[in-house]
Ligand binder design. Structure first.
Ligand SMILES: [Zn+2]
Length: 358
């Protein structure tokens, strides 16, 4: 196994990390962050579990990161994502683990967001030899396959010289995330939620010669947490896709880096199966949002007076030490860390960081 320097990976260190996941039979959680609190909680959790990790931001998360008060939403999305990336570049090395920096779903109307971020990565690459992000996701899964693949190919041509990768989506993930989503039809077979292995092979044959591509294949996975029953998870679709690529390309085991979207609420057996078929990245958004809210919410319920009065009306004591935002934001962070302790253990990445500590 090749070791990499701690910090944000790209190029050879990025592909080394994917290979380590495949060879070691484990996956990394990819956590959607919205601010420095969630970023730092993810880094803390990764460091204490000695696991590498994927930090990603959605377009809405990036806008929030820059500040909802900025009137130009496009500029805010670009600058928020860049600000998050720079925060991680500065700090990840200190935590001693390897980080994949990624942006989540972008559909066609969000291509200008990615274009501007890629331009920033090109500028960064010219001055430091490293891009700003490790990879981006382009989700054109609602469009005809050829249009999806042609646009993905032209974007990957810009990314590859920077050592960056592209995640694409084939078949659609049910549910909704940040306004990008697909309705689940009650009682229908929801066939559009299942990726066809021949489509994956077609994508692989076109894109893998250009650069590092990963595929979010749909196997009945759904964004968010819903009551079970509407769709059936079929991880064997991942296996069939992996097998189709392996057979056609005569390559070693697990040539295809697979991504598991909508993993919140999945069973252990479903996750194990998905990872064994070559999933190296499992997205975690909803569960992390809940962990943060649950931690902060519990704190507020425990100290309700401190959120209403600066001085306790019963005891005349100042409440500053309770309402100081660092107190309750920290409780939210710790709650994220604990949820991630679980994720690293379940995905098998605990104690397996490939970062070479000096
Ligand atoms: Zn997703």
């Amino acid at each position: 196994m090749s070791r990499v320097s701690p910090g944000v990976v790209s190029g050879a260190s990025y592909t080394a990390l994917i290979k380590a996941c495949h060879d070691g039979g484990y996956a990394l959680p990819a956590i959607n962050v919205v601010g420095t609190d969630s970023v730092n909680a993810v880094l803390e959790a990764a460091a204490r579990n000695n696991s590498d990790v994927i930090i990603q931001v959605s377009n809405g998360g990036a806008r929030f990161y820059a500040g909802e008060g900025l009137p130009d939403a496009h500029r805010a999305r670009v600058l928020g994502a860049a600000s998050m990336a720079r925060h991680v570049h500065l700090l990840a090395k200190e935590y001693g683990i390897a980080v994949i920096l990624h942006t989540d779903h972008a559909d066609r109307k969000l291509i200008p967001w990615l274009d501007d971020l890629i331009t920033m990565s090109e500028e960064e690459f010219r001055t430091t030899g490293k891009p700003l992000f490790t990879s981006h996701m382009l989700d054109l899964s609602t469009e005809p396959l050829d249009e999806n693949l042609q646009t993905s190919a032209s974007m990957l041509k810009r990314l590859a010289p920077l050592g960056m990768g592209l995640e694409i989506e084939l078949g659609v993930t049910g549910g909704e995330e940040d306004g990008i989503g697909h309705d689940l039809e009650e009682g229908a077979d929801n066939a559009h939620l299942y990726t066809q292995p021949e489509d994956v092979l077609k994508a692989w044959e076109l894109l893998s010669p250009i650069g590092t591509v990963s595929v979010a294949a749909s196997f009945g996975n759904v964004h968010g947490v819903y009551k079970p029953g509407n769709v059936q998870l079929r991880p064997e679709i991942l296996k069939n896709s992996q097998d189709a690529v392996q057979k056609a390309t005569q390559s070693g085991p697990k040539p295809l880096p697979l991504v598991f979207h909508g993993g919140s609420g999945s069973t252990l057996a479903e996750i194990d199966a998905a990872v064994s078929y070559g999933v190296f990245k499992m997205n975690l958004d909803t569960d992390i949002q809940f962990a943060f809210a649950h931690g902060v919410g519990s704190y507020v319920l425990e100290h309700p007076v401190a959120f209403q009065h600066q001085i306790d009306p019963d005891t005349d004591k100042p409440m500053k030490s309770l309402y100081d935002p660092r107190k309750w934001l920290r409780v939210g962070e710790k709650s994220i860390v604990e949820r991630l302790d679980e994720a690293f253990a379940i995905l098998g990445s605990k104690s397996r960081s490939i970062a070479q500590k000096s």
